[in-house]
Design a protein around this ligand. Structure first.
Ligand code: C2E
Ligand code: CA
Ligand code: CA
Length: 693
């Protein structure tokens, strides 16, 4: 380094820091006396920056000035020249001055004015080296500097970027007019001499993105937004010479274009509503915000155009598109600006109405439905749009988008089921039932495949003497440890095409039980088997029943088919009637179950081959308690008597009910008084006990 090169002598370098605007003169006198500061270079190369007023003090206590960094920018040749000249000055006393250009970085180029002079100090020679940093002045034309300055301002003002320069002491030394325009909102702070930190804090105040910095912190980039809504990107750079350069660009147009692009990507191309992806993104965010703000309700609405396919098919896709655009427009104009509306695809739309209170829901939905379904004229043709809507109210803290969509879907399904072109609300109770139904259906399917549906047997007795005559077979099924009531799973089986399988499975099982019981030496009597109308309508039912009976060595006489009264009122009564006659011809006996609860008339009783009436347990229960029902029970017994049918009273629970029924000619009965429905093994035990006694 410089000092290291000057072996044998110590070098004092005096440095005067020139402002960039100050002109350093070639002919400025060089003497220790008029230096503003001194630099002492020690042998080990450490450099101390000494202000005049500290001269008397200990050199080591003063601030370090980075002269090393300054000369490090010199080219190798210049550095050697400086060293040579300083040495020559020291040894031969030759004063030296030279102008050296230094490139600090890609932006800044300084001119250093070196001047060395030998002086005697305390009886020794030292070199006083003066280094000036100056704005280059060629010196050949007077006023060139000031012209350059005004040219510079003119040029810099004409570029569409704001520019501000701060000197080493952090004072603003320059800003162009664009800079003051861009930051009009903090204009009070933009003036020459303003402190860098102060100005910068103002600019950062409204910054809205995390700045990107370079590793050494010399450069930083951030974006800020002015109160007028303009976006400004600010770039700040610390130069090696200690200057800070701040450039600012108005990127509002860029931002707008960016937003437009983003918007376009979020929109459905045909209708201009949000598209599916964007809807879910915004919906999710809004639900989150809502939770924080604790607004209680909101509604999610799914829309499905009724029979839209036929618009396309009949009038063409162009008309279909126009139809969709019109509906979308109605949806947009029928909702508030703060609502979210989107096209999910095809003819499905969705809306999120934040802040919807439950009490307002009906009239808002009615109004929206009316607007969407107003008559429509397209290409000279009249259309009457139909729209089905499913609505779900969003409760406090509910923010599971998938769950809410599933509920709205359930509600939409309900609207369609009820005949379309209406709105339907999501009903949690209904949904609970729906869920249960789905679970039971899935479980039942599995159980049928595994043959896991069983049966219980309820004894049927002759009233005088309680002599067993047989058993009613009742389906039994446990799902996940829960006894599912037969009414529940039988209905589900009937509605989902499983009842034929279920009937066949039970028939196999009871017939096998019948044979085993008989083989063990006990006769089970007659089996009363419940048969669903769907089974009755099935062409194969009779053949199948006959085959199973034969397989287990039974005859139709061993069975009594129970059909509910309502089976006779079915639309397919013709087939049912035909099959009942066939059954009768085969030798099966037929009992009419739950008699008195449906609307069967005497005509039905005459038309079909019925052998037995089962008095519904609701009448039996009321015997002696309710005059009317007591009378009905008596009347049924009379009908059976006059039509020469037998009768079975169901649900007999008390001796007085049994006594009444017996007194009025009822021959057969079943009920908890005699025995509840029993598992097959217990039924056998019950039977043996009876036979013993
Ligand atoms: P159901 O044919 O009227 O069967 C009689 C019901 O009354 C049975 O209920 C039986 O347990 C119940 N019960 C018997 N005695 C008493 C009593 O003293 N008091 C009271 N309160 N109830 C009594 P369960 O087993 O729950 O069956 C309900 C219904 O499910 C049956 O009514 C029948 O309609 C249907 N079902 C049961 N098994 C089958 C089947 O295998 N096929 C078809 N299609 N339907 C079945
Ligand atoms: Ca029954
Ligand atoms: Ca019954």
């Amino acid at each position: 380094m410089l000092a290291g090169a000057l072996e044998g002598g110590e070098v004092f370098m005096s440095v005067r820091l020139a402002e960039s605007t100050t002109t350093g003169g070639d002919d400025a006198a060089v003497s220790a006396g008029n230096c503003t500061s001194m630099v002492f270079a020690s042998r080990d190369g450490r450099l101390f920056y000494l202000f005049d007023e500290y001269r008397q003090r200990d050199a080591a206590a003063t601030a370090v000035f980075d002269l090393e960094a300054l000369v490090s920018h010199l080219s190798e040749a210049d550095r050697r020249s400086v060293e040579d000249n300083v040495l020559r000055c020291l040894h031969a006393g030759t004063p030296w001055r030279e102008r050296v250009h230094v490139r600090v970085d890609e932006l800044v180029e300084d001119t250093l004015l070196f001047a060395a002079e030998r002086v005697a100090l305390n009886g020794r020679y030292v070199v006083v080296l003066k280094v000036d940093i100056a704005v280059p002045a060629t010196g050949d034309e007077a006023g060139s500097v000031s012209r350059l300055k005004s040219d510079f301002s003119f040029i810099v003002d004409s570029i569409p970027a704001g520019l501000a320069i701060f000197d080493r002491r952090s004072a603003m030394v320059y800003y162009n007019s664009t800079f003051s325009t861009l930051f009009g909102h903090v204009s009070a702070h933009i003036r020459l001499g303003a402190n860098f930190v102060e100005v910068f804090n103002r600019l950062l105040e409204r910054s809205c993105d995390s700045s990107s910095r370079t590793e050494d912190d010399r450069q930083i980039l951030f974006t800020t937004r002015t109160p007028e809504g303009r976006w400004i990107r600010i770039h700040r750079k610390f130069c090696r010479n200690g200057y800070a350069v701040v450039t600012a660009f108005d990127i509002t147009e860029l931002k707008r274009a960016e937003n437009r692009l983003k918007e376009q990507a979020e929109r459905d191309a045909l209708t201009g509503l949000l598209n599916r992806g964007a809807f879910f993104e915004h919906f999710g965010k809004m639900l989150q915000c809502r939770r924080r703000a604790d607004v209680r309700h909101g509604a999610l609405v799914l829309f499905d155009l009724d029979f839209f396919k036929s618009v396309n098919d009949i009038h063409g896709h162009q008309a279909g598109d126009e139809y969709l655009v019109e509906i979308a427009e109605r949806l947009r104009s029928g909702t508030r600006r703060t609502d979210l509306t989107a096209r999910l695809g095809g003819d499905e739309f969705v809306a999120y109405l934040p802040g919807m209170a439950p009490e307002n829901l009906p009239h808002v939905m009615d109004a929206l439905h009316a607007r969407l379904t107003a008559p429509l004229r397209l290409r000279g043709k009249h259309f009457q749009p139909g729209v089905s809507m499913g609505v779900v109210l969003i409760g406090d803290g509910e923010d599971d988008v998938d769950e809410l969509m599933a509920r709205a879907d359930v509600a939409l399904f309900r609207a369609k089921q009820k005949g379309r072109n209406r709105w339907s609300n999501f009903d949690p109770e209904l949904e609970r039932q729906n869920e249960r139904r789905k679970r039971v259906l899935a479980g039942l399917r599995e159980a049928l495949a595994d043959g896991a549906v069983g049966f219980a047997l309820q004894p049927v007795v002759e009233l005088p003497g309680r002599v067993p005559v047989g058993f009613e077979v009742l389906a039994r099924w446990r799902m996940d440890g829960e006894d599912i009531p037969p009414e529940e799973f039988i209905t589900i089986a009937e509605k989902n095409g499983l009842i034929l399988d279920l009937g066949r499975l039970l028939m196999e099982k009871i017939c096998r039980w019948f044979r085993e019981t008989r083989q063990s030496g006990t006769h089970p009597g007659r089996l009363f088997v419940n048969v669903s109308p769907i089974q009755l309508k099935d062409r194969n039912f009779i053949r199948q029943a006959g085959r199973i009976l034969r397989k287990y060595g039974m005859t139709p006489d061993d069975l009594e088919v129970e059909i509910t009264e309502t089976a006779l009122l079915e639309r397919d009564m013709e087939i049912i009637g035909m099959h009942l006659k066939l059954l009768h011809r085969e030798g099966f006996r037929i009992a009419l179950d739950d008699f008195g609860t449906g609307n069967a008339s005497f005509a039905h009783l005459k038309r079909f081959p019925i052998h037995c009436l089962k008095i519904d347990r609701s009448f039996v229960r009321d015997i002696g308690r309710n005059r009317q029902n007591t009378a009905i029970a008596r009347a049924i017994l009379d009908i059976a008597h006059y039509l020469e049918m037998s009768s079975v009273a169901e649900g007999v629970e008390t001796p007085s009910q049994a006594a009444f029924l017996e007194a009025h000619g009822c021959k057969l009965a079943q009920g908890n008084l005699f025995s509840p429905a029993l598992p097959p093994e217990e039924a056998l035990e019950w039977l043996r006990e009876k036979q013993c006694s």
